[in-house]
Design a protein around this ligand. Structure first.
Ligand code: ALA
Length: 882
């Protein structure tokens, strides 16, 4: 008998099972990946252990299990378009996994998986199928007979239960490169008895049947896929398993769809109560509810992990996911107002227990989603209007095909899916130029591929090193040996990446930019333009490869830049501390950038900082600087302990991480960056801007030390220049003096306006002395004595409202140049088709000028005031023909 459990109980059951087999249960790693250029989101439980598999990091413990939050919406594993339309694909999902780092292998992995499913959860054996790798000659990987043997011992009757599949199904790879190996999967058949009698389950394995599905994948990691496509044997053999938690819940809860489990039902019933539409009554509604329930999780967890919707990289991925949910809400559920944010509390109630980060960020997540929804609904509305306008124009032009470029613009800028555009066109009996659209799409894809293209060659290893030793906390120079290098093409430009056995160069991370500098062997000097971190490697970007990479080099960091950066980094910590003192403990760091020139600090806070708050923050920081507080660093603190010390948690810590705690008095932070020895060297901090970056997130930019000095000197110099212009001896009186000038200036403006309007009235009256009567309308024309085109405009505006049968053609010589103005009353524009722009263009040649405007008012400027009279005469001649 199947034992029915809710999701939280089931997760705990899995942990218990592996805990009793000596596994340590570790936390899920962040779903948003930092420091790995090949991956934006965690897409499998094994990601956080990649370096252990590759041998770059020693495992602390050899048996581990957990539940990992994964997102599969980009790169090698991408299920986005499936989500909602079937009942078992997701963007975000939980992967239950157990791992052996060079410890147990196939036998235990298979036996335990079998025991957990059939004994612990009592899933009947006759519903299970397993698969093994059939082997591949090209790859020189043999058939996995070993696993076959173990599975045979599991089943009471193995006949027809163990199936062989090729590389596509049974050789698992993390991405284009990286750890990989043959795998063995467990599939479950959930169809009812009649169906199962008709078609045996083994014919449906790996065939896309929603009720015959894979639930657990056991990967036997033995290889590393290299950039040149070949496999290299790893130093040890590992186990990496992944079980789809949502699918397992479905099985255990006796459901036929993942969305019918308690994981999703709480959100779906919330959607039902908001929309008044019941789940399970209408396929169109159901798809939308599944999409929304799924996407809500993906977006909320990403935001909890520190990501914000934006226009590039990972931020763009979650923006697209959220927009997809909004569109389904609009199209299928007919809700045109933001509502997804209202589902956040239900999600947090359901999942916050196992994922506390969700609970902490609940408010923030709701606000971010609300803001995105609101903005996107506006954009959709704009897109609708653009499409409507173009359809009207096409109708007038008697055309029935919309240009591909417009559909593409709607798609690209307004998030309009092309099938929606097509639907609207069909309703108007029109079609889309689909080829044109696809061409535009392809153009964009090519462009973004070029932008993102990074081609990395394979590493040439000179000396095996587990990890580079970073020596740059204490000094900025060291003797180093190259341990590996490779050539990399970034956007078509070739650079060389160097890894050393030890290095004083700080690699970009935690907001602090990477060091620059040089390496030299005495004969040759190579410039290092940047330093990056990739997994556990510290990579130096060099312009070229040294002639002899095997010798020893003196590595020298650009110390001036490093010192300036350190000032800014330590100041960032003090700023964080001061912000919490002034604004309260709800202030949390949301991001930072520390360069030699300035610092940028993003933090959670909902209102603009007042002038007093800003000065309060500055004054706390500057007094801490003047106290010259000594740096206090503890290295290699286990992650959990550091949190206990009260240091702020960061994003992206991984299992096994040991962290560094940096303190300046009461300011204590987890930080791997480099810092001043004592705060006095920062000199001073000056905030130069405070702004909003997203809902609930503010950004402060500041400068320190010589940067602050320069900033203040610039302001003082400007003040002194103003004082000199005002003939003042010092800057002390400039505020009152400038204030007086501003007031005088506005009074003068008013006087000038009054004078111009009077002058316009006088000139108009003069012109009205000799009005020319033409065919159904009257012409007023004349050259005005005016010192500004504004007077001509004033005459036009006085006349425009007074009657509906007037044309005004007037000009003036203003500071040696000619101005010409044509005004046509609205009725003449529509009835007589007199157009001010056309008329102006035909006479502007006389003043050697050009201009434009609207059908009722057009203005030109020209070089030749002598031609004004001729222009007026010409206008009259033209108008006589109407
Ligand atoms: N890494 C394996 C997977 O993701 C378990 O399927």
């Amino acid at each position: 008998m199947l034992i029915i459990m809710n999701a939280n109980e089931l997760r705990q059951k899995f942990f218990e099972f592996f805990r009793s087999r000596e596994h340590e249960i570790v936390a899920s790693a962040s779903m948003v990946v930092k420091n790995d250029p090949t991956l934006m989101f965690t897409n499998a439980g094994m990601n956080q252990f990649k370096d252990i598999f590759l041998g770059n990091q020693a495992p602390g413990i050899t048996r581990v299990a957990n539940s990992q939050k994964c997102l599969r919406v980009s790169g090698k594993h991408n299920d986005l378009e499936e989500v909602g339309h079937d009942t078992y694909h997701h963007t975000m999902f939980e992967m239950l996994g157990n791992w052996s780092f060079g410890d147990y292998f196939k036998k235990e992995a298979i036996e335990w998986a079998w025991d957990f499913l059939t004994k612990e959860l009592q899933i009947p054996e006759n519903r299970l199928y397993t698969t093994i790798f059939e082997g591949n000659e090209g790859e020189k990987v043999p058939k996995d007979s070993e696993s076959l043997g173990y599975w045979k011992q599991c089943f009471r009757n193995p006949e027809g239960r163990i199936l062989e599949f090729p590389k596509k199904d049974n050789f698992w790879e993390m991405g284009e490169t990286g750890p990989c190996g043959p795998c063995s999967e467990i599939h479950v058949d959930l169809r009812d008895d009649a169906e199962r009698k008709k078609v045996p389950g083994n014919q449906l394995v790996n065939k896309g049947n929603p009720l015959v599905i894979e639930i657990w994948n056991l990967v036997f990691i033995q290889y590393n896929r290299k950039a040149d496509g070949t496999l290299e044997l790893l130093p040890s053999r590992h186990v990496d398993t992944g079980m789809g938690f949502e699918r397992l819940c479905m099985v255990v809860q006796g459901k036929k769809s993942n969305y019918d489990t308690d994981i999703f039902q709480s959100t779906i019933s919330e959607i039902s109560s908001i929309t008044g539409k019941e789940y399970g009554k209408n396929e169109k509604w159901d798809i939308a509810m599944r999409v929304i329930a799924d996407h809500l999780r993906a977006v909320s967890f990403s935001v909890a992990d520190g990501l914000l919707p934006s226009n590039n990289k990972a931020g763009y991925v979650i923006r697209r996911i959220l927009r997809r949910a909004v569109r389904y809400g609009c199209n299928n559920l007919e809700i045109q107002t933001p509502f997804i944010y209202r589902l956040v509390p239900a999600l947090v109630r359901n999942m916050g227990g196992n994922f506390p980060e969700l609970k902490v960020a609940e408010d923030h997540i709701s606000r971010v989603i609300h803001e995105e929804e609101t903005a996107f609904l506006k954009t959709l509305d704009k897109g609708n209007r653009i499409l409507d306008r173009r359809i009207e124009e096409l109708k007038k032009e008697k055309k029935d095909v919309l240009e591909g470029s417009i559909a593409f613009e709607l798609y690209d800028t307004y998030g309009f899916p092309v099938d929606l555009t097509q639907l609207i066109l069909r309703e108007n009996e029109m079609k889309l130029d689909l080829d044109g659209f696809e061409q535009a799409m392809k153009g964009q894809k090519d462009r973004s591929r070029e932008d993102a293209s990074v081609e990395a060659g394979d590493w040439k290893v000179i000396r095996e090193r587990e990890k580079t030793v970073f020596t740059g906390y204490d000094s900025t120079e060291d003797n180093v040996m190259i341990s590996r290098y490779r050539k990399v093409k970034v956007k078509g430009r070739e650079v060389v990446q160097l890894v050393f056995d030890r290095t004083p160069f700080y690699a970009e991370s935690g907001g602090q930019v990477g060091d620059m500098g040089l390496i030299t062997d005495g004969a040759e000097t190579i410039v290092i333009t940047d330093t990056l971190k990739e997994n556990n490697l510290i990579i130096h970007i060099a312009e070229k490869l040294p002639a002899d990479p095997k010798v020893m080099f003196r590595a020298v960091v650009d110390k001036e830049k490093r010192d300036l950066t350190e000032n800014n980094h330590s100041a960032t910590h003090l700023l964080h501390y001061a912000l919490r003192k002034v604004l309260g403990d709800s202030v949390e760091q949301k991001g930072s950038l520390v360069t030699p020139e300035r610092l940028r600090f993003d933090f959670s806070h909902f209102t603009k900082l007042s002038k007093e708050e800003i000065s309060g923050v500055e004054s706390i920081v500057n007094s801490l600087i003047r106290k010259n507080i000594k740096r206090n660093v503890s290295d290699e603190v286990p992650f959990a302990e550091a949190k206990k010390m009260g240091a702020m948690a960061l994003f992206g810590e991984k299992y096994g991480d040991r962290v560094r705690v940096v303190g300046f008095g009461d300011s204590v932070e987890l930080c791997g960056g480099t810092h001043v020895a004592s705060t006095g060297s920062i000199g001073m901090l000056k905030i130069i801007s405070e702004s909003a970056v997203a809902s609930g997130i503010r950004r402060i930019e500041a400068v320190t030390a010589s940067g602050a000095e320069e900033y203040l000197n610039n302001i003082i110099n400007s003040a002194e220049e103003i004082a000199a212009l005002l003939n003042l001896k010092s800057t002390s009186g400039i505020v009152e003096n400038v204030g007086k000038l501003v007031n005088e200036n506005s009074a003068l403006r008013k006087t000038v306006e009054k004078y111009r309007s009077q002058s316009a009235t006088w000139i108009r009256k003069n012109f009205e002395q000799n009005i020319v009567q033409l065919n159904g309308f009257r012409l007023i024309r004349g050259i005005a004595e005016a010192d500004s085109t504004e007077i001509l405009k004033a005459i036009a505006s006085q006349l425009r409202g007074t009657s509906d049968d007037l044309v005004l053609v007037t000009g003036a010589s203003v500071e040696g140049r000619a101005s010409l103005l044509v005004m046509v009353c609205d009725r003449l524009v529509s009835d007589k088709k007199i157009n001010a722009v056309t008329l102006l263009k035909s006479i502007a040649g006389k003043i050697e000028g050009s201009g434009g405007g609207q059908p009722f008012l057009a203005i030109a400027g020209g070089k030749n005031p002598g031609g004004l009279q001729e222009a007026l005469d010409e206008a009259e001649a033209i108008l006589r023909k109407f």
